[in-house]
Design a protein around this ligand. Sequence first.
Ligand SMILES: NC(=O)c1ccc[n+]([C@@H]2O[C@H](COP(=O)([O-])OP(=O)(O)OC[C@H]3O[C@@H](n4cnc5c(N)ncnc54)[C@H](OP(=O)(O)O)[C@@H]3O)[C@@H](O)[C@H]2O)c1
Length: 292
Amino acid sequence: MGRTPTTIMAASNNPRPFAMPKLGLGTWGMGEDASRRQAEVGAVREALSLGYRLIDTAEMYGEGGAESVVGTALAGALRAGALRRDDLVVVSKVYPHNATRRGTPAACMRSLERLGLERIDLYLLHWRGSVPLAETVGALQDLQSRGQIGRWGVSNFDVDDMEELWALKGGKDCAANQVYYSLGERGPAHSLLPWLQARGVPLMAYSPIDQGAIARDAQLAARAAELGMSAAQLALAWLAAQPGVVPIPKAVRSEHLRDNLSALDRVLDESTRAMLAARYPVPARKPPLAMI
Ligand SMILES: NC(=O)c1ccc[n+]([C@@H]2O[C@H](COP(=O)([O-])OP(=O)(O)OC[C@H]3O[C@@H](n4cnc5c(N)ncnc54)[C@H](OP(=O)(O)O)[C@@H]3O)[C@@H](O)[C@H]2O)c1
């Protein structure tokens, strides 16, 4: 389908621009229950055929189960010629306790095996743990120089973490920060998002429909219906319109997959944006970064 627009997203000193689709598919919750596996593989296959070109997963999700679901779906789509590998951005994440010099490449190899790929396009430190950041960055750089990952980034990093990363050798090569950002969680808009935007680092917005809660908000749904869309679409269109923000909604149901991708076709007018800004204000003081 190829209608997913891409934006050039790169850390400022990146000689090779990294094109990231404007919306991706989340996979948290997949790969946890064998009885749901077929439906989940089918959902990822359907997402690919609808035009999703960014898939977000992690070694944590289903303890490898989600990566395995994604791997099975990708293998089928690639075999069928429905998809070119180079058009796809696969994101996975290393557990903080694995993010050592030796543990990071070992975790990455296990993820590659489950995904059935030779390269993870973007590999993130899932959240900060006790391993020194410089050690993790060194391990990620090694993986990148070996071509086993395309780019690396972080997740759940607040401004102070990003400042620390920026001061490290090679830290400015960070290609993304994935955080909780949605209508229901406006904290990052206070200072983290402007910090990232100023440096050309994409903010991947996780739980962008508040794990389904936004879609169930009757008032928002009524307002969205007046505009001919669902509440989830309104939330995703609002996120995707912000420079450098890439929402990654998770969906298994076909109607959700379609609803979410087509949010990219929706343009919000001034009065809708004003309504959302009033209803979901940016906090006046910087809150701690929320994590799910
Ligand atoms: N880096 C991190 O620490 C971190 C943390 C949390 C999440 N993530 C990533 O971000 C992804 C998304 O976050 P999330 O899974 O927490 O929550 P989410 O995407 O905000 O919400 C997913 C839930 O909403 C439902 N849904 C999806 N589209 C819908 C629609 N159009 N209308 C109504 N309901 C809809 C889904 O149902 P169905 O599945 O039944 O369709 C699912 O129950 C995760 O899957 C994961 O990849 C990363």
